[in-house]
Design a protein around this ligand. Sequence first.
Ligand code: HEM
Length: 506
Amino acid sequence: MEEFYCASVLLSVVVAFLGALYIYFKHKFSYWEKKGVLYLKPSFPMGNCKDIVLMRKSFGETYTEHYKMLAGNKFGGIYLTHIPQLMIRDPDLIKTVLVKDFDHFHDHGFASDEKIDPLSGNLFMSTGSKWRELRAKLSPTFTSGKMKMMFHTVIKCGMELQEHLKTPADQGGMLEFRDVLARYSTDVIASCAFGIECNCLKNPDAEFRKWGRRIFEPTFDAIVRSLLYMLMPSVTMSLGISSTPNDITTFFRTLVHETVKFREKHSINRNDFLQLLIRLKNNENLESDASTEDCDGTQVFVFFVAGFETSSTTMSFCLYELALNRDIQQRVQDEIDNVLQKHDGKITYEAVQEMDYLDMTVSETLRKYPPVTFLSRECNKDYPIPGTDVTVEKGMQIVIPVEAMQHDPEYFPEPDKFEPERFSEEAKSSRHHYVYLPFGEGPRLCIGMRFGLMQTKVGLISVLSNYEVGVCEKTSIPLKKDPKQFINTPAAGIWLKIGSRGTKTS
Ligand code: HEM
């Protein structure tokens, strides 16, 4: 009898809880209707993003579906579980949000608390005046002069990549390129950001590569953390749960701290980001903030996280398309040969800038496979949308569906076709600038764009000047994306056949 009583009390509590939750969600789901904004009908409890939460589809795929459902409208309301988001589809309005009225939308809108998670004090996560100051401080580290300074370090890694590919090419073997290129870009970013030669190409189990893999691994722990941060940020932070696992934070902070100490003690100077950040630190009025040294560690960490996976997936997707489109591969190689010949066979900074067709090919890769599939902004003061009677409220999350727009046949006819010609000067000038945003736009544009392009192009030149790539039985056609990854990632890697140039890999 007592057991029956307990069970019925428990059942009543559960029913009451679910009932309250349902009423709460119903109230939340009435947001867009009350605002008079066209919206996609949500379902309990995951709104319009069931496939994202259940990791069945990526953000890019899901937002593309929403984009299509909202066709014909400049913007529309969606729900990420109970959280309302405004998706903006109109390129003019996108320009207004990213540039003209940036003052209303200066933050990315990802929750973070530096006290719980010191690495979250990075440029990408920072907000308001802290972001503005940090951006102004860090921008000088990415000028073309600084890029030239780091160029020889990137070239060194490119030559190691070329050397590394010799054996598989001589054997006419199959290779998983995503892993090899992730090791190349880990080497680049480790030496340019941390000043550490980690030799991940030679040693796939190098510690740095291990940590790089760990950051992006969709482990249960990582998935739970990101879901909690996405769905109930304030509760998660008040529970002291950090978005970055503690062991990652400890590894990177210790590494930077010790490298800086070593350099200062031995008066070592190198041409890398860390040196530029040390200089920034030393020029500072030290009383301005006690955590400047920590801040250096934080920024090199974000350069690592933001820089290595984005660039390495771009290179892998590019080689994949070149394996499928051999005429385009040949044209890229002809250009590389011609330009290098003019530069005494050397890959110089200027030579890379002269490779227009390579540039178009990389741009087309970033169109078809943008590593970051959507841009996010948070409205930080109420914003009346021009020409409408809708006001975007403070706190609203804005979604700009980059991948969806870059696959919209209205802007890019036959979007599944790989066509570098879409990026000829003529084609670019006949298109709205804001339909192609792989690096974002406005004051919050990717700060590492130049560096990312440089390392991507050097990697591709290092491969294509000596080798050719073709499809093999392990190549997945069409490519499947990994729904668990935030960055656009091929589910089963990128398997291609590699041979020395002139051998038949097709
Ligand atoms: C192909 C390579 C890359 C792509 C496609 C890419 C893409 C992006 C995108 C879309 C954003 C957000 C922009 C916005 O919200 O408007 C971003 C921000 C950022 N990226 Fe990149 N990125 C790349 C390489 C790099 C590299 C190599 C670094 C550093 C060395 C880097 C560092 C950053 C940082 C720090 C931010 C935050 C900027 C801010 O909030 O002010 N990225 N990137």
